[in-house]
Structures are given as structure tokens and as C-alpha cells.
Write a new protein. Structure first.
Length: 385
């Protein structure tokens, strides 16, 4: 039986050497030996975040890091601006409410990116906003928000800048220090290509100054404890970590270091371009505006006359390729092709071929091979392939 090909925006396929790392014997998580693994992992995370600030790994999904980011900076009633243009922007808003904040919502039409000027205008009208949250790569829509431009605006305000890079770090340009990001979070199972269940966070000095004056809204996710225990000799986590997942995380990050972060990002961008070109050649329509399209996931409008069940079901059951469906009001109206992590040109070409065969089998009048040729041509023409 052939292995199923995951072409979804996480979890992504995990390299054999990363899977093998998880099979190593469990060790004492309070030992000097494990401290070396923890420190090495956190140092590589900081390097991938492109920051001089320490990074901390958390046993939990990316949402755990999102909650840590918001819950540690807000006292009850503090005002926070949440940019909401998809399901994960909504999640930041919901976390702000759950942790006692008073959120302001900047609604952005799904499929489009936020206009940084709108953030600036709101900050001018609300001097007491304590923080701004934004999702860099909104996987529900296939949109990338302009986090660098927003960071340039935030330099002129006291509000902290909190960015979710769960589905972009390691696959798109994220330079925490250069972008003026105060708190940045990510997850293990997307571009980093580690198994699900780990998250990471990095915090600036300005953010620590705020955190130290706040009564944390969380026990397990009190980030001050991660800092305190991380500074121990030997370094520790405040609570029992997933030892096996930490092995895997270190190995996955080592693979990124070996590939080179810049090369990895270019590989993701090329895969995105090939995917978009292939989809358009088949005659399908992209959901996101192309100038803000994601480097890690492509959202495609469902062709008229075909159901989500038939299209994605055929891809999965007949051709062994799993695509993601739409979320919220987009359910049944779009499908999403993930191209992140360890994705290769072979995976893109295989997916395009199966997509063509699926649509042809469902009665669509398409010319087989056009999508494959467009995707392949993108790779052939690239200087980065």
C-alpha cells in the first residue's frame, strides 16, 4: 500500500531521520544531557526566528504559544487590536477575550491582506492599545499579511507587536528583529516539518518589561517560568516536556540548518509559484489575491458543479493525496493545497497530475497535462531549482 501524500497546511510529512530520532531512549528531562538538547533546540529556534532574543519551546500546539503570547501581556480590560482576516486571526481575538482583554477587531475581507494604514489609523485613534496581533500566513485563506510593513508602523507606537508565524516560519521571510516584532510564535508541524505537539515563542526586551508588570492569566503558559527555568544551569523546562518530540524538533531544525534558511524559503516560494501556475493552467481560480498569495498554502475556488466530497474524496481515495477543505463560510467553496515543509517538485507534479485526472474523471472538459506542464515549466525556468 502506497503512503498517503499529505498536501495540506499541516501536519506535513516528517523526514525518516526525524521519525527515527523519536525512537531514542527516554531520558531524565532534568538531566544535564537533556539540557544540552533543550539549549541546542532553543538556539536553533532563535536563529530561524532571526532574533537575538532567546526562544523557548513549549509542549503544546501552536495555539499554546498564541495563548502564551497574549495571556502574558494583558491585564483584565487591557485594549488589544486583533487583525482578523481568517480563522487564525479570529483565534487571536478569541484568546484575547478568554484571557480578559478588551479586543478591538480590524476586519479584513477573507482572501485579501490587511492594509497597514488601517492599523496606523486605529492606533492614532486609540492611544491606549497595548498590543497588536496579526497572523503572518493565514492558512484558511492562502493570504500572507505584510508583517514587515506593519512592523515599520509599530515602531512609532508603544503597542507591542505580536505575530503568529505558525505556518510561515521556515517557509517564508520572517525576520523578528528587523521587523520590530516583540513576540513571535510558531508551531512544529508545518514549515519546520516536525511532528505536531511542539510550539515556540520568542520575546523582546520591551515585551518582557510589560510581562513583568502583568499578572499572568495562565499557570502552564506563564512565560516567565520558561525564562526562569531556561536560565537554570543546567537549563530546564518548567514542566515535563515531551522528551521524544524534543528529540524530533532538534533533528528537524538541524535539517533546516543544513539546507540553509534562505534556500529553504526560496524552495517554498518556488513550490507556491509552481502550484499557482499549475492550478491556473487547469482553468481553476485562485481564492486569494495573487499579489498576497501564501508561500506555503494555495487556496483554490471549488470548480462549479463539483462537490468537495467528490473532489477531495477522489484525490484521497483513488490517488492517495490529501488536500484540505475550506473553513467556516468557505467550507465546500474552496480547497487548499499545502506546499510546506519537506515538499519537493515531485510532490507538486504528482498533485497536479492527480488533480487533473480527478477533474477529468468528474466530467470536466480539461486538457490533461496542462497543469503538470505549467508547474514543471516553473521549476525548469527557475534559477533556484
Amino acid at each position: 500500500m502506497e503512503e498517503t501524500l499529505l498536501m495540506i497546511p499541516g501536519p506535513t510529512k516528517v523526514a525518516p531521520r526525524v521519525l527515527k530520532a523519536m525512537s531514542d531512549a527516554i531520558m531524565n528531562h532534568r538531566s544535564a544531557e537533556f539540557a544540552e538538547i533543550l539549549v541546542e533546540t532553543n538556539e536553533m529556534m532563535a536563529e530561524i526566528f532571526q532574533t537575538e532574543n532567546p526562544a523557548y519551546t513549549i509542549t503544546g500546539s501552536g495555539t499554546a504559544a498564541m495563548e502564551a503570547a497574549v495571556g502574558n501581556i494583558l491585564n483584565k480590560g487591557d485594549k488589544i487590536l486583533n487583525v482578523v482576516g481568517g480563522k487564525f486571526g479570529e483565534r487571536f481575538l478569541q484568546i484575547a477575550r478568554a484571557t480578559g482583554g478588551s479586543p478591538l477587531e480590524l476586519k479584513v475581507e477573507w482572501g485579501t491582506a490587511v492594509n497597514p494604514k488601517d492599523i496606523e489609523n486605529i492606533l492614532d485613534d486609540n492611544k491606549d492599545i497595548k498590543a497588536v496581533t496579526i497572523v503572518h500566513n493565514e492558512t484558511s485563506t492562502g493570504v500572507t499579511n505584510p508583517i514587515e510593513e506593519v512592523g515599520n508602523i509599530l515602531k512609532n507606537y508603544d503597542a507591542l507587536y505580536v505575530v503568529d508565524t505558525v505556518s510561515s516560519l521556515g517557509g517564508d521571510d520572517v525576520a523578528v528583529d528587523d521587523y520590530n516584532i516583540d513576540i513571535c510564535v510558531t508551531g512544529s508541524q508545518k514549515c519546520l516539518a516536525a511532528p505536531p505537539g511542539m510550539a515556540a515563542i520568542t520575546v523582546s526586551d520591551d515585551a518582557w518589561n510589560v510581562i513583568d508588570k502583568v499578572d499572568s492569566n495562565s499557570y502552564y503558559l506563564d512565560i516567565r517560568k520558561y525564562k526562569k527555568y531556561g536560565n537554570n544551569k543546567p537549563a530546564e523546562t518548567p514542566y515535563t516536556p515531551s522528551v521524544s518530540l524534543m528529540y524530533a524538533m532538534r533533528e528537524a531544525l538541524s535539517m533546516i540548518m543544513e539546507e540553509g534558511l534562505e534556500s529553504r524559503i526560496e524552495r517554498h516560494k518556488l513550490a507556491a509559484e509552481a502550484t499557482r501556475n499549475g492550478v491556473k493552467a487547469i482553468g481553476l481560480e485562485l481564492f486569494a489575491q495573487e499579489d498576497v498569495s501564501s508561500a506555503t498554502v494555495t487556496a483554490v475556488k471549488m470548480p462549479e458543479g463539483v462537490s468537495d466530497k467528490d473532489m477531495r474524496g477522489t484525490m484521497r481515495d483513488k490517488y492517495g493525496i490529501v488536500l484540505a477543505g475550506g473553513q467556516d463560510h468557505l467550507k465546500g467553496n474552496v480547497f487548499r493545497i499545502g506546499h510546506m515543509g519537506n515538499i519537493t517538485y515531485k510532490d507538486i507534479i504528482t498533485t497536479m497530475s492527480a488533480l487533473e485526472m480527478t477533474l477529468k474523471g468528474l466530467g470536466f472538459n480539461i486538457e490533461l497535462g496542462k497543469g503538470v506542464a505549467a508547474a514543471a515549466g516553473t521549476y525548469i525556468a527557475s534559477d533556484h531549482f
